[in-house]
Design a protein around this ligand. Structure first.
Ligand code: ADP
Length: 465
C-alpha cells in the first residue's frame, strides 16, 4: 500500500507542477517577444514620422543629430536601422555595412506598396519591422522605408534566467513533495502496520493479544472482526481443552475401578470363588462401560468431520422408529415402562439411516433410563410439507429448567450417580444434537422437574446438499 500511495502522491503533486511550469514558460517567452515587437513597431512609426518631418530623404547626411538619434535607437533595441530610398538604395545603415547597396527584400517591397509587415525569425533570434517615410507634402508619397532589425537575444536570455529560477523552485518543491510523500505514506499506513504486528504476534501463539487499532474506521472494523474471531477461537480452544480433560477423566474412571477391584482381589489370600466371580463380573461391567465411552467418542468424532460423511438415502421413518422401539422394548419392560408409539402420518425422508437411528435411540433410551418405575414413554411421528417431527415424551424425573441448556453438552449429566448407574456416558444427547444439525434440523427440549421431559426433533424431509 505504501508504494502505490507514494506514487499517487507524486503524480498528483509533481505532474501538475511540471506541466504548469512547461506551459507557463512557453507563453512567457512568447509574450515577452510580442511585447518587444510592439515596442519596436511603435518606435519605428515615431521615428519614420520624424524622418518625414525633417525631410531626411532629401539630404540624409545633413541632420547629424537625427543620425545620432537613429544610432541610439538602434543601440537601445540591440539592433540595426536601415533606411532605403525609392530606388531601393540603402542611404543609411547604423551598422555602416551596406551603405549604397540595394535592398529589395520582401518587407521593403511591401512597405513601398503601403503594407506594413513584421518579419519574425524566432529561431535566429531577431525580427524586422518596417515603417514608411513620406515626402513632406499634401499627397504623402512613400519615398523611403525605415527598416528596424531588432535582436531578441537579450529577451530570451532574460526569459531563460527566469525559467531557470522557476526550475529551481520546481526542484525544491518536488523534493519537499517527495519527502512529504514518503512521510505521509509511512504515517498513513502505520495503523495497518500495527495491525499486522499484532497479527504476527497472534500467529506466534499469543492468542490473548488484544487488537484495537482505531485510527481509521476501516482498521477499527478489522480489529473488531479479528477480536471476535479470536474470542471464538479462544472459546473453541478452551472447550477443546475441557473436552480432552473430560475424556481423560471419563476414561480413567472405569480403569480406576478395575484397578481397585483387581488390587483388592490380589491382596486377599484365599478369597472364595464367589467373591472372585463377583469382582470379575464388576470388572467386566467396567470394561463394557469403557468400551461404550470409546464407541460414543468415536461416533462423535466421526460426526465432527465433514458433512460429506452423511450417507443419505430415502428412509421409511415409521419403520425406523418402530424398529428402534422393538429393540428397546426389553429394557423398558425391565423397568416396567410402557412404550407407546403414535404415528400421525407415514413419513419417508432423505436421511442417514444409521445416524438418525442412533439419535432417536438415544432419546428413547434416556426416556426409559430417567423414568420412574411403571412410567410411560410416548414416541410421536408427524410431518408437514417441509419437515418431519419425532417427539419423545416421558413421565420421568424431568430436568430442572436452568440445566436444560447444558444437557446437550458433551459429558454433561444432571445426576452423575444416576447416569453412571444406568451406564450413561454423558455423550448421548451430544451425539443426537450433532446428528440433527448434520441434517440441518433442530432439537428442542421441554421439561419440568418431577413431571417428565419432551424432546422434539425437526428434520427436513429432503436433504439439501
Ligand atoms: P447419559 O449417557 O448420561 O444419559 P446424555 O447425553 O444422553 O448422557 O444425557 C445427558 C444428561 O441429561 C443425562 O445424564 C441426564 O441427566 C439428562 N437427561 C437426558 N435425557 C433425560 C430425560 N429424558 N429425562 C431426564 N433427564 C434426562
Amino acid at each position: 500500500m505504501r508504494v502505490p500511495l507514494f506514487c499517487m502522491f507524486l503524480i498528483m503533486g509533481i505532474l501538475p507542477m511540471a506541466l504548469q511550469g512547461l506551459v507557463m514558460g512557453r507563453s512567457f517567452r512568447r509574450t515577452q517577444i510580442d511585447g518587444r515587437v510592439i515596442e519596436v513597431q511603435n518606435q519605428s512609426l515615431i521615428t519614420s514620422d520624424r524622418l518625414t518631418r525633417a525631410e531626411y530623404m532629401a539630404a540624409p547626411g545633413r541632420d547629424a543629430l537625427l543620425n545620432k538619434e537613429l544610432d541610439t535607437i538602434a543601440d537601445i533595441f540591440n539592433g540595426r536601422i536601415v533606411i532605403v530610398d525609392q530606388n531601393f538604395r540603402i542611404i543609411k545603415d547604423t551598422f555602416k555595412l551596406s551603405d549604397g547597396r540595394i535592398n529589395v527584400s520582401e518587407p521593403v517591397l511591401r512597405c513601398f506598396k503601403g503594407e506594413n509587415s513584421i518579419l519574425r525569425e524566432d529561431e535566429k533570434q531577431y525580427f524586422a519591422v518596417t515603417a514608411p517615410i513620406y515626402d513632406n507634402t499634401e499627397d504623402r508619397r512613400i519615398i523611403g522605408v525605415l527598416l528596424t532589425i531588432a535582436s531578441t537575444e537579450n529577451i530570451l536570455s532574460n526569459v531563460d534566467s527566469v525559467e531557470e529560477t522557476s526550475r529551481f523552485y520546481v526542484v525544491v518543491a518536488s523534493m519537499v513533495l517527495v519527502l512529504t510523500g514518503v512521510l505521509l505514506s509511512v504515517l498513513l499506513v502505520k495503523p495497518f502496520d500495527n495491525l499486522q504486528l499484532s497479527l504476527d504476534r497472534m500467529a506466534e501463539g499469543s492468542l490473548e493479544e488484544k487488537i484495537s487499532e482505531n485510527t481509521y474506521r476501516e482498521t477499527h472494523k478489522i480489529s473488531d472482526a479479528i477480536q471476535k474471531t479470536m474470542a471464538k477461537l479462544q472459546t473453541m480452544d478452551r472447550s477443546r481443552e475441557e473436552f480432552v480433560a473430560n475424556v481423560s477423566h471419563e476414561l480413567k474412571t472405569p480403569i480406576t475401578s478395575i484397578r481397585v477391584l483387581a488390587d483388592s482381589l490380589m491382596s486377599m489370600e484365599d478369597a472364595p470363588v464367589e467373591l472372585y466371580r463377583e469382582f470379575m463380573s464388576d470388572i467386566s461391567d467396567e470394561i463394557d462401560r469403557e468400551s461404550k465411552i470409546v464407541d460414543d467418542l468415536l461416533a462423535l468424532v466421526k460426526m465432527d468431520k465433514s458433512v460429506a460423511e452423511l450417507n443419505v438415502s430415502q428412509v421409511d421413518i415409521n419403520a425406523l422408529v418402530q424398529q428402534i422401539l422393538k429393540r428397546l422394548q426389553p429394557i423398558a419392560e425391565k423397568r416396567s415402562v410402557e412404550l407407546i408409539y403414535e404415528s400421525i402420518r407415514d413419513v419417508t425422508a432423505d436421511v442417514d439411516e444409521t445416524k438418525l437411528s442412533l439419535a432417536i435411540s438415544n432419546l428413547v433410551e434416556n426416556a426409559i433410563k430417567y423414568n420412574v418405575d411403571g412410567g410411560w414413554v410416548r414416541v410421536t411421528l408427524d410431518a408437514d410439507h417441509k419437515y418431519f417431527y419425532v417427539k419423545v415424551a416421558d413421565s420421568g424425573i424431568g430436568i430442572p429448567e436452568e440445566l436444560q441448556e447444558n444437557v446437550f453438552e458433551r459429558f454433561y449429566r444432571v445426576d452423575k450417580a444416576r447416569s453412571r448407574e444406568t451406564g450413561g456416558t454423558g455423550l448421548g444427547l451430544a451425539i443426537t444434537k450433532n446428528v440433527v444439525l448434520m441434517h440441518y434440523g433442530a432439537i428442542r427440549l421441554m421439561s419440568k422437574e418431577g413431571e417428565g421431559s419432551t424432546f422434539t426433533m425437526r428434520i427436513p424431509l429432503t436433504y439439501i446438499y
